[in-house]
Design a protein around this ligand. Sequence first.
Ligand SMILES: Nc1ncnc2c1ncn2[C@@H]1O[C@H](COP(=O)(O)OP(=O)(O)OP(=O)(O)O)[C@@H](O)[C@H]1O
Ligand SMILES: [Mg+2]
Length: 286
Amino acid sequence: MIEVSKLSFTYPDGTRALDDVTLSVPEGSFQAIMGANGSGKSTLLRQLNGLLKSPPGSVLVGGLTVDRKSFEQVNRFTGFVFQDPNDQIFAPTVREDIGYGPRNLGLDGDEVSRRVSWAAERVGISDLLDRPIHHLSYGQKKSLSIAGVLAMKPRLLILDEPTASLDPMGEKRIMRLLLELNREGMTVVMATHDVDLIPLYADRVCLLRRGRVVVGGGLREVFADQQLIEDCNLRLPRIAYLFDMFPDLAELPLTVGMARRELERRMGGVMGAPCGVDEHENHCLT
Ligand SMILES: Nc1ncnc2c1ncn2[C@@H]1O[C@H](COP(=O)(O)OP(=O)(O)OP(=O)(O)O)[C@@H](O)[C@H]1O
Ligand SMILES: [Mg+2]
């Protein structure tokens, strides 16, 4: 779905934000772009839908070279959620804002209404549909910006820090929604530095440091080197540090579900019924 090849990018003021980045995202995957502040995540995402000018041939999305000519075509099947919702939402009310994209696709009024209700419901903002957008909290704006993009039912969904400033239930709702959409076939690319979230949802990770890909691949591969992760100003998922107490462990657990299974194995099944660990963890991380 996405092929980035030897991509470098320097802002007009001379800041080199991407340095020889190569990344391949297969269709149907859930790809995390992980990195500390300023590592180049947003810059990389903005290259994927043509918001920043890339050297010819270095970015392909859905088989198309991303450039001025293909901009509209690429954005017909790509949804992009900005890091700051204020860059994205602009209509007077929530309903109008969610409906803007579907209307732009040329859909009829009934279909636009259906899409608006569907997207608002999935994101959990149905009760806000008639609110003026300037009355929304920042987290509500964030949810709205996701709903507006979902309403266009893109094949490829690119999100820049989608859960930043959401409360815990809002975060869970959005991440579950992304997982469901991914399982229905949507390719999801998400930039975040939330290292606790990534192993729960992503199946592939690309770790950036100062605009360079440090390591990329599956979760195990990327989280294998604690020192490397910490050198990138990140950390392992919190639960992994608790398991430092078992020096014989071959692999540190990256989620509560993995940790639980490891403990059950060690205790020979004497633990009680699962409590507080939701089925998604068990399901997703076997
Ligand atoms: N418009 C710009 N002009 C000049 N430099 C910029 C511009 N936008 C970003 N940068 C610089 O490019 C580098 C990468 O920034 P980018 O926003 O891509 O990082 P990020 O990984 O998304 O960070 P964060 O986690 O804070 O969102 C940083 O050094 C940043 O200061
Ligand atoms: Mg960013």
